[in-house]
Design a protein around this ligand. Sequence first.
Ligand SMILES: *Cc1c(COP(=O)(O)O)cnc(C)c1O
Length: 384
Amino acid sequence: MKKIWLSSPHMGGNEISYVQQAFETNWIAPLGPNVDAFEQLLQNIVSIKHAAALSSGTAAMHLALELLGVKYGDHVFCQSFTFAASANPIVYQGAIPVFIDSEFDTWNMDPNLLISALEEAKSIGNLPKVIIAVDLYGMPAKILEIIGIANEYGIPVIEDAAEALGSKIDNNPCGGFGDFGVLSFNGNKIITTSGGGALLSQNAEMIEKARFLATQARDSAPHYQHSHIGYNYRMSNVLAGIGRGQLEFLNDRVNARRANFEKYVHYFSKWNSSGFSIQFQDEPQGYYSNRWLTCILVDPISNNGLTREVIRLSLEKDNIESRPLWKPMHQQPIFAESKAYLNGVSDKLFEEGLCMPSGSNLTDQEFDRIFECLDHIFAIYQNK
Ligand SMILES: *Cc1c(COP(=O)(O)O)cnc(C)c1O
């Protein structure tokens, strides 16, 4: 049986013609017309003045920290419940990550816990240089509250919207809320350039500096002259061609992923009305998630002992990929020594959560296979 993936690339059809244009015009370089057009499209979609297309979301996060002046020994507050790429660039800068737990409404950074952490940091004269909030699985964080709190302390905010292109709060697009927004176009994201990212900001000077740093920080001189340490972080014009084709279908991809979520909700309602209690990541009022991945929570106490791991292993046996939710950073061996402000939320989400196959290209037949496998497991546990 063919493998059903968690989230696989979904081409629209025009990608190849933009790639072909790059070949025909010999723009096989980390700049060119596809890069310019891709950046312009991103600016329109996120309603942001400036976007720099980069080699990855991780590179975008790294440049954002560098541009906000994060240096050796500085503290940076980061959402604990995320992918390691949100936090690793803090360490690239020689800075010290401090992790903040989530709340249950959005599964993202808890504004109340953030206040406690800031108050404690302030009392010892050690406020963070930057706060990193994440829109996990496409669900917007309580970013307006977080920015309001950060403003009171004069601390800039980076919005890690790597998973949230197409998501919104009250019609305002994710990626555009903070001092910087970070996007990713990795192969598993809602749209892909096979690998890539973007740094977003309303600040022209900052994005100009980002481009400078991302192209080896070459001073303007006929010879190679450097007065800064630079990086090689720009996006290839070939890959930006894939991105142009992908963005033409962003709305369709969001609609397809939101439809996937509804299919799962509908499917599990059958079991929830016969003794089970499978939970979802609900949208607060005014929030609009791209539903990058549909996640379920399986509390064994309210599900006859059924666990997310039983479900994951059964799906795996049928060649269906599912994954536990992100393991929080405060539980990761690499960050074992890091300070963390915890409330138990992300621990519970990790323990009980499972990401279901959520690609925008899943077929009805594939959903039938997934539901058939689930039917089997739930039928067994119903009689336990
Ligand atoms: C994918 C992802 C990133 C990193 O993006 P890459 O393009 O893979 O470097 C950062 N943060 C989050 C939350 C992500 O999911």
